[in-house]
Design a protein around this ligand. Structure first.
Ligand SMILES: NC(=O)C1=CN([C@@H]2O[C@H](COP(=O)(O)OP(=O)(O)OC[C@H]3O[C@@H](n4cnc5c(N)ncnc54)[C@H](O)[C@@H]3O)[C@@H](O)[C@H]2O)C=CC1
Ligand SMILES: O=C(CO)COP(=O)(O)O
Length: 329
């Protein structure tokens, strides 16, 4: 299977970093971006100063705002914010070639995982999911990174792995598409919770407890949505959870930190140019957990804080006064 021409759909930090990985691996890369300023900066100065400032890009990456220039690609790497994926793919002449979904979230309106959203819009495209602990600025610099690539078609999964791998970008394969998506979506909500712990100065013990109990919520949700526990314990679940819950380089963690320091979520969300997916995932995750009767107290707490229904002290009191229970329940 020839995968030499790559189209990247989405010119944010992650799409730009993935374009850089593919170009460094010798692929012919065309990147579709929404903003004309991003397109012209990548073509003229080989940088994306809006979303990935300070990172020199390969001169071979061509940027465009015209979908027709992606029509001869062998695969599309789709990196839009989760809530815009349906609209962006709907604007494109739907390709028959493989789509590699790299966004992290759940569609708010439909409650669907993103592979289902993409399948709705591009019903004839085979779908893979690439997810893991991957801060864009580190990947763009070529620092060592490992990810999960999930696809139900083994041959396609192996072909994509072979064509997209680099020594510093190590790809592990899986056939658990839902599992790879569930971990990436939920860890963003839990990162907001860990940011709140940091902003409120509740200590490192509390942060570790949140990671472990948050992982328990991820496993409960995953079991109801067809995710395998071994996938959730891997790069796309626990690996990404630990990364995002530990660093102010995470937009989700930083959003939580500011809330923990006393700022109002609504003010923090106003005028954002970069995406903190957890803020969009929390309400839909809460809704789905209620519908399926899945106990997710940390997700519920983050949802209440983001919606301004409670303050941090009230949410903390609620979490700490829950009745004792066996750890594995
Ligand atoms: N930045 C990172 O380190 C990583 C991000 N991701 C995921 O990749 C996805 C994209 O995130 P980033 O590249 O970081 O974005 P970003 O925060 O760097 O940039 C925002 C993106 O949103 C797009 N956008 C804004 N309004 C839009 C609209 N109305 N329609 C379509 N697109 C619109 C912009 O064009 C831009 O591409 C997210 O789901 C994120 O969770 C995954 C792994 C790492
Ligand atoms: O998904 C990411 C790292 O794997 C990026 O996290 P943030 O969106 O919180 O910055």
């Amino acid at each position: 299977m020839s995968i030499d021409k790559i189209a990247v759909v989405g010119g944010g930090a992650w799409g730009t970093a993935l374009a850089q990985v593919a170009a460094a691996g010798g692929k012919d890369v065309t990147l579709w971006a929404l903003e004309d300023d991003v397109v012209s900066a990548i073509n003229k100065i080989h940088e994306n100063p809006i979303y990935l400032k300070g990172c020199k890009l390969s001169e071979s990456i061509r940027a465009t705002s015209n979908f027709s220039e992606l029509s001869d690609a062998d695969a599309w790497i789709v990196v839009t914010p989760a809530q815009h994926m349906r609209a962006v793919l709907g604007r494109a002449p739907c390709p028959n070639m493989p789509l590699v979904l790299c966004s992290k979230g759940i569609e708010e309106q439909s409650g669907q995982l993103l592979h289902n959203v993409a399948a709705d819009v591009c019903s004839s495209s085979p779908i893979a999911v690439l997810s893991g602990p991957t801060f864009a600025h580190e990947v763009a610099k070529g620092l060592p990174t490992a990810v999960t690539l999930a696809c139900e078609d083994d041959d396609l999964c192996n072909a994509l792995r072979d064509r997209l791998s680099m020594p510093s970008f190590r790809i592990y394969t899986s056939d658990d598409v839902a599992g790879a998506e569930v971990g990436g979506a939920i860890k963003n909500v839990l990162a907001i919770a860990c940011g709140i712990v940091a902003g409120k100065e509740l200590g490192e013990n509390a942060r570790s407890a949140l990671i472990a109990r948050g992982f328990a919520e991820m496993k409960r949700f995953g079991a109801a949505f067809g995710a395998r526990e071994e996938t959730l314990a891997g790069l796309s679940g626990l690996g990404d959870l630990v990364l995002t819950c530990s660093s102010t380089a995470s937009r989700n963690f930083s959003l939580g930190k500011a809330i923990g320091e006393g700022k109002a979520a609504a003010d923090l969300m106003k005028d954002r140019t970069t995406v903190a997916e957890g803020a969009h995932t929390a309400p839909v995750l809460r809704r789905l957990s209620r519908e399926k009767d899945i106990d997710m107290p940390i997700v519920a707490a983050v949802d209440d804080l983001l919606a301004g229904r409670c303050d941090v002290d009230a949410v903390l009191e609620r979490l700490l006064s829950r009745p004792p229970r066996p750890e594995t329940a």
